[in-house]
Design a protein around this ligand. Structure first.
Ligand SMILES: [Zn+2]
Length: 204
């Protein structure tokens, strides 16, 4: 099932929901469709075009959100799915300062790596190997990362996400049209308590 990008009334990206949930928002006039997905859904009596991007009709105040969650998917997106050491396709997560030597599992110490480099590096520091990185790893910032981190890449979302960070990542979108993705999308805080005025209460 395709997913739908939800924007606040201010156009800030809020999250990703199922097509079904997005349609309910539109039918209840809580959101308007900005982009069609090209998919037509049929009921017994009517047919409706499923949206790809919707915008809430009323602004919802979003409480401060912490750093972008460090997930394998988000990390691979940051590093473009490439090994930061050699540029081959990344298959694993490497701790720049090895965990066995006190390195932490944080955005500024993890990188995408290929199996070979990860194996060669083992528990050594870069200086011990004479390896270099183009730039030190850093946490991603910008609202778009909430969406990029889901791993869902719909090129129709690009113009809506681009103003909100992760610019480099969007060229990767073009290569992932309609790819299936594993795992559930970010359910806009289903596991978190719902506060008044949070998008959850609108989208739920
Ligand atoms: Zn490599």
């Amino acid at each position: 099932m395709p997913h739908v990008l939800v924007l606040n009334a201010s156009y800030e990206p809020l999250g990703v929901v199922s097509t079904r949930r997005a349609l309910i928002l539109v039918l209840n006039h809580k959101a308007v469709s900005l982009e069609d997905s090209g998919v037509t859904l049929h009921s017994a009596t009517s047919a409706v075009t499923a949206p790809s991007v919707v915008r809430l009709t009323r602004f919802v105040r979003v409480p401060f959100r912490g750093p972008v969650p460090l997930t394998r998917r988000a990390l691979f997106a940051r590093d473009h799915g490439r090994c930061v050491y050699c540029g081959a396709a990344a298959t694993s997560v490497d701790h720049v300062i090895p965990r066995s030597r006190g390195g932490q599992h944080r955005w500024d110490n993890v990188v995408a790596a290929c199996r070979r480099c990860n194996h060669m590096k083992a528990d050594r520091h870069l200086t011990e190997l004479g390896w270099r990185m183009k730039r030190p790893p850093a946490p991603p910032s910008g609202l778009a990362w909430r969406i990029i981190g889901t791993g869902i890449k719909d090129p129709r979302w690009r113009p809506y996400l681009e103003p909100y960070g992760g610019t480099d990542q969007f060229r990767d979108f073009e290569h992932h049209v309609h790819t299936d993705h594993a795992g559930a999308p970010v359910p806009l805080g289903r596991s978190r308590p719902v506060h008044r005025g949070e998008p959850e209460s609108v989208i739920a």
